[in-house]
Design a protein around this ligand. Structure first.
Ligand SMILES: Nc1ncnc2c1ncn2[C@@H]1O[C@H](COP(=O)(O)OP(=O)(O)OP(=O)(O)O)[C@@H](O)[C@H]1O
Ligand SMILES: [Mg+2]
Length: 403
């Protein structure tokens, strides 16, 4: 047997042990394709009879397949003498081993059966793979010990591959970016750095593997940015807000400041499954002196507020909700000249990108309805700013009185 010694990047270590589904998702230039190509060649060197298929949703020509990369790995690893590389496939010389390259769109429910004896399927650009393709492929790769690998650049959280990895006990998923790639070429690092300055949202999507948001649909589109800052004595605040989690939702807490008609979000903290008993100790660890200032929370949970007042957050207060309170809160937040989110508040940045108006599925039109997702920290911001938020209804009543 050949003795191969390959350096494995740290991010990929969890993907080496056998697992039915392996996924590497993330931004450009992170080494996803190189890693799976190496792993594949390594396995084919160890097992002369392994049969593998490299798949894309659409593969009009082999030029756009992983074939070139696999070939170059075979060369670089010095194992060319074990393989016969033809126009369409790679064959192991001394066994039944085979690597082929196919497009899912060329397959029918019948033709996919040709892959039934295969040991590995590696799905590249898996964000483009349709639900139909996954339904065809997954039951086909059924051999004992077979594995299906996925590598992709995230696009939408609703993509079929994303759903496949959600709460899947047979799957291991790693998120990786160029910053984790020890061999990342200088040109890519330069490009990424340029993009970070030019268009931060695009940078997060392309280089950090964040979802692709239709930015015009963002609730706070064009109003927020990420920066480092230090609140000074003449700033108003802090204003702290707390959104209680339910089973799947995180408990989230933020600390904001107002200065020069700008809203500054200095800290965010939050976690799914945070027990009420653990809330105060957790928040005290994450947000300095959180207990010294008022924190405002949704008064739909009076028993939780009362508990926190007695256990570590004595200045917790309830704030009212009303029909339209979400919209009124959003309108208020939009009155600031800008929203500055501290660089440390990663989850807040994520919610700023993802908190969106609904989009009509057929026309792509942005609707005046708010998507009920990615709003936990924004809810906390609304609670924090509650004393400044006007009830629309009230405003109208007042103006009538004056007349
Ligand atoms: N194992 C490796 N050995 C040598 N170079 C590597 C290795 N892994 C990554 N690289 C370098 O990093 C670059 C990016 O790697 P790769 O193309 O695998 O990233 P990727 O995550 O698939 O990117 P994309 O999302 O753009 O497809 C490669 O072009 C190569 O220069
Ligand atoms: Mg790639």
């Amino acid at each position: 047997m050949e003795n191969l010694c390959l350096p494995t990047p740290e991010w990929a270590v969890p993907l080496i042990a056998p697992k039915r589904y392996k996924g590497a998702k993330g931004g450009r230039g992170s080494g996803k394709s190189h890693f799976f190509a190496e792993l594949l060649v390594e396995e084919h060197v160890a097992n002369p009879d392994q049969q593998s298929v490299c798949i894309r949703e659409i593969q009009k020509s082999l030029k756009f397949s992983a074939k070139k990369l696999v070939e170059s790995k075979i060369q670089d690893m010095g194992v060319s003498h074990l393989f016969d590389i033809t126009l369409n496939e790679i064959r192991r010389i001394d066994g039944q081993g085979l690597i082929i390259f196919q497009g899912m769109q060329d397959h029918t429910a019948d033709s996919i059966k040709s892959l039934e004896g295969f040991d590995r399927a590696w799905v590249e650009e898996a964000q483009s793979v349709s639900a139909r393709s996954l339904e065809l492929l997954i039951p086909t790769i059924r051999k004992d010990g077979s594995e299906i690998w996925f590598s992709w650049n995230p696009d939408q959280p609703t993509d079929a591959v994303e759903k496949h990895f959600q709460n899947n006990p047979d799957a291991i998923l790693v998120h990786v970016n160029y910053t984790d790639n020890p061999w990342c070429p200088e040109v890519l690092i330069k490009q990424a750095n340029w993009q970070r300055k030019a268009d931060y949202e695009k940078y997060v999507h392309i280089w950090l593997g964040g979802y692709n948001t239709k930015s015009e649909a963002q609730i706070f589109a064009g109003r927020w940015r990420v920066d480092e800052f230090e609140p000074s004595d003449d700033w108003d605040g802090p204003y702290q807000g707390l959104d209680f989690g339910f089973s799947q939702d995180p408990t989230a807490c933020v600390r904001c400041w107002i200065h020069d008609n700008s809203l500054f979000i200095e800290y965010d903290a939050g976690r799914v499954g945070l027990e009420l008993d653990d809330t105060a100790p957790y928040l005290k660890r994450e947000i300095p002196n959180v207990d010294k200032y008022v924190s405002r929370a949704d008064n739909a949970r009076p028993e939780s507020i009362s508990y926190l007042k007695r256990h570590g957050l004595p200045r917790t207060e309830g704030v009212e909700k009303w029909t339209g309170s979400v919209e009124d809160g959003i309108e208020h937040i939009k009155t600031y000249d800008q929203i500055v989110i501290h660089t440390r508040c990663k989850e807040m940045q994520e919610e700023a990108r993802l908190y969106s108006y609904k989009i009509d599925k057929r026309s792509g039109d942005i609707l005046p309805k708010i998507e009920d997702a990615h709003n936990h920290r924004w809810d906390a911001v609304r609670y924090a700013l509650a004393p400044m938020i006007r009830r629309k209804g009230q405003g109208l009543v007042l103006s009538r009185h004056r007349r």
